[in-house]
Design a protein around this ligand. Structure first.
Ligand code: SF4
Length: 346
């Protein structure tokens, strides 16, 4: 009994040291008592992980207790898809949203891939079906079809190449076709147009009409107000934001690039125009930086919890297990592999 208590106290101490500086979600803090309450759960999950030969991949937008309590790999879509591709684990728990777990299943077809909550959708991925893309492709037969990784397996299967927010500009620029059909993010398509024009490229970008409900909600007047209040402020935005917001930012990049920028930039304050989970990660990994709020919560990402991770590991329900049509999976993998090839090419 004493040994168990000692283990819990040691785990609570580990969690507290990692999470004490996080206050990105209003009303939620990780004081020692909170860490003491979740410590038995993180111990159980880490034990189950060893017993099942599992790895836990956690997107930067999920709760910090998942990222710093139980995740083996944490990061953005591109990094996590690379880890899924390399994984030799029998079980992959994907704490993120369903399209990410589908991507892991496409890249590691022999692993059992599970999601903590099947309802963790995504306004972008859910904005387009494979059938809708097939109809759109028929209107633009000469276009290269490029899908953002925030898309379903069916949409990836219909695409020539997949991209992430970290490699989208370079990959679109490298494609030989002049006309690009980019799905499903309308705002990112507008940002691609702006960036390629800046690079002197004359590609035509046709897009569909999806948006991320988190990043679409930021606006340029909010940025102007923040700059007036906080002299020296650096504004950091994701390319899923509207173009006028991206234009008003000091830096625009993927979640991984945003983290790097903040860590390497000296400024009195930062305004992060993205999901609050990224601010939480920075509060842990760059505690000397100051953030002025303004981030937003993704309701889908926040469906993940330690309890659901534990349940998915211990005895996954059928709805937590990702299954894909083998033909769809094979064709979707081609678009992902082409992304890895183009991302690696000079
Ligand atoms: S933050 Fe936006 S793009 Fe990411 S999962 Fe949530 S809705 Fe989808």
């Amino acid at each position: 009994m004493l040994v168990v208590d000692d283990q819990v106290e040691a785990e609570a101490g580990r969690l507290f040291r990692a999470l004490v500086s996080v206050d990105c979600v209003p009303g939620v803090t990780w004081d020692y008592d909170a860490c003491r309450r979740i410590a038995p759960l993180t111990l159980e999950i880490n034990r189950l992980k060893r017993e099942r030969g599992a790895v836990i991949l956690a997107h930067s937008y999920v709760e910090p207790e998942i990222i710093y309590g139980v995740a083996d790999f944490k990061g953005d879509s591109y990094y996590l898809s690379q880890q899924a591709r390399k994984a030799s684990a029998q079980v992959i728990v994907f704490a993120g949203v369903v399209f990410m777990a589908e991507t892991a299943k496409i890249l590691s077809p022999d692993a059992t891939v599970v999601v903590p909550d099947r309802n963790s959708g995504c306004s972008l991925a859910d904005s387009m079906t494979g059938e809708q893309l097939r109809k759109l492709k028929a209107l633009y037969p000469d276009a290269a079809v490029v899908c953002y990784i925030n898309s379903t397996a069916d949409v990836k299967a219909e695409s020539d190449v997949c991209v992430t927010s970290g490699n989208v500009y370079d990959i679109v620029q490298k494609l030989p076709e002049r006309r690009i059909l980019f799905v499903p993010d309308r705002l990112m398509a507008e940002n691609i147009r702006t960036e390629l024009k800046r690079r002197g490229s004359d590609k035509e970008i046709v897009s569909s009409d999806g948006t991320c409900i988190v990043h679409d909600a930021f606006d340029a007047p909010q940025v102007a107000l923040a700059r007036a209040r906080y002299p020296g402020l650096k504004v950091v935005a994701h390319p899923e934001c509207p173009p006028d917001v991206a234009a008003a930012a000091d830096f625009v990049g993927s979640t991984g690039a945003m983290m790097k920028y903040v860590k390497e930039t000296r400024a009195p304050y930062f305004l992060m125009l993205t999901e609050c989970g990224l601010v939480g990660r920075l509060q842990v990994e760059a505690p000397e930086k100051h953030f002025i709020g303004g981030c937003r919560l993704c309701p889908y990402m926040k469906l993940n919890s330690l309890e659901k991770v534990r349940d998915a590991l211990a005895a996954p329900r059928p709805d937590q297990i990702i299954t894909l049509d083998p033909g769809v999976s094979r064709r979707a993998r081609r678009s992902l592999e082409r992304m890895f090839e183009l991302a690696a090419a000079d």
